[in-house]
Design a protein around this ligand. Structure first.
Ligand SMILES: [Zn+2]
Length: 257
C-alpha cells in the first residue's frame, strides 16, 4: 500500500465545486517533482487533487523522500484547477465535476516532435491504487469517464501522453478499453471500405468527444490524435485509418450511452 500524504504539500489554488464528481482526469506535469510542487502547491494559478511522483526523478529524492507516496494537494470535495477549457459528453468546464491527478513525467517537445518518457512501474502501481480507491468512493465515475486531459481539451493538450499505459489500467479495473476480437472484426470490414468521415465523427461524439457540427480539418486531426493517444498510442498522427476506426466502433459497441 502506498501512503497518501495529505499534509506535506497543500495547494491554495482551489474553490467550491458546482456539480457532483463524475470524471477522473489524468495529467502529466511535464516538469520534475520540484517544478511540479512549485506550480501545483506553491503557486496560485493551477492545482490538482493529487500528485504522483516519479521515483527515478532526482528532485524527488532531493526533497527528502525515498519511497513513493501519493500527495494530496486539494480535498476531493473542492474544485481543483487542472482542466482549463475542457468538455466531454455534454459537460464543459470539467474542473467542476472532475478529480484531477497529476503524474510527474517530463514529456517535452523537441524539434517539433513530442517525446513521451515511459512511466516507471512503481509510479503506475501507486496511481493504480489511488484510482481504485477513488472509483470505490465515486461509483458514478463510469469507465468512459476516466479520461486523459488530451481527450477533453482537443488540440490544446497532449497529457498524459502516448507512454501512458491505459490498457494496463483498464485491466486493473480503471477506465475503458475495447475488445480485441471486435476490433479485428471491424478492421477487416474497414480494410475493404472505410466508413465516411461524418460517421466516424458521429461515433466520436457518441463516445463522448466534444466535436462541433462542422469541424475544420485541424480539429478533425486534433480529435483523431487525441483518440489515438488514448487508444492507439503506437501512431497518433491524427490520420484516420482502418485500425483507428475499428477501435472506435468496438469501444462504442462495448460502452453504449
Ligand atoms: Zn493536463
Amino acid at each position: 500500500m502506498y501512503t497518501i500524504d495529505s499534509t506535506t504539500y497543500r495547494s491554495k489554488a482551489f474553490n467550491q465545486r458546482k456539480g457532483e464528481v463524475r470524471f477522473l482526469l489524468l495529467h502529466y506535469t511535464a516538469v520534475n517533482f520540484n517544478g511540479s510542487i512549485n506550480a501545483l502547491a506553491k503557486g496560485d494559478a493551477v492545482s490538482a487533487h493529487y500528485l504522483v511522483p516519479d521515483p527515478l526523478d532526482a528532485s524527488y529524492r532531493k526533497a527528502g523522500f525515498d519511497e513513493v507516496r501519493l500527495f494530496q494537494l486539494v480535498d476531493e470535495p473542492q474544485r481543483a484547477w487542472h482542466a482549463g477549457v475542457s468538455a466531454w459528453a455534454g459537460h464543459s468546464g470539467l474542473n467542476d465535476t472532475a478529480i484531477g491527478i497529476e503524474l510527474v513525467n517530463q514529456a517535452a517537445v523537441r524539434n517539433g516532435q513530442f517525446v513521451f518518457p515511459a512511466y516507471p512501474a512503481q509510479q503506475i502501481a501507486a496511481l493504480t491504487q489511488l484510482c481504485q480507491e477513488i472509483l470505490q468512493r465515486y461509483p458514478a465515475i463510469s469507465p468512459t469517464a476516466v479520461l486523459a486531459h488530451s481527450d477533453v481539451s482537443i488540440g490544446r493538450k497532449s497529457d498524459p501522453g502516448a507512454a501512458f499505459p491505459w490498457q494496463a489500467l483498464h485491466q486493473a479495473g480503471i477506465g475503458a478499453w475495447y475488445e480485441e476480437a471486435r476490433k479485428v472484426h471491424y478492421q477487416a470490414i474497414f480494410a475493404q471500405q472505410m466508413p465516411e468521415l461524418a460517421q466516424v465523427l458521429d461515433r466520436l461524439r457518441q463516445y463522448g468527444y466534444s466535436v462541433p457540427e462542422q469541424p475544420d480539418d485541424a480539429f478533425v486531426r486534433g480529435v483523431l490524435r487525441a483518440f489515438q493517444l488514448h487508444f492507439r498510442p503506437a501512431d497518433y498522427s491524427g490520420r484516420l485509418d482502418s485500425e483507428t476506426a475499428a477501435i472506435l466502433y468496438a469501444l462504442v459497441e462495448r460502452y453504449p450511452v
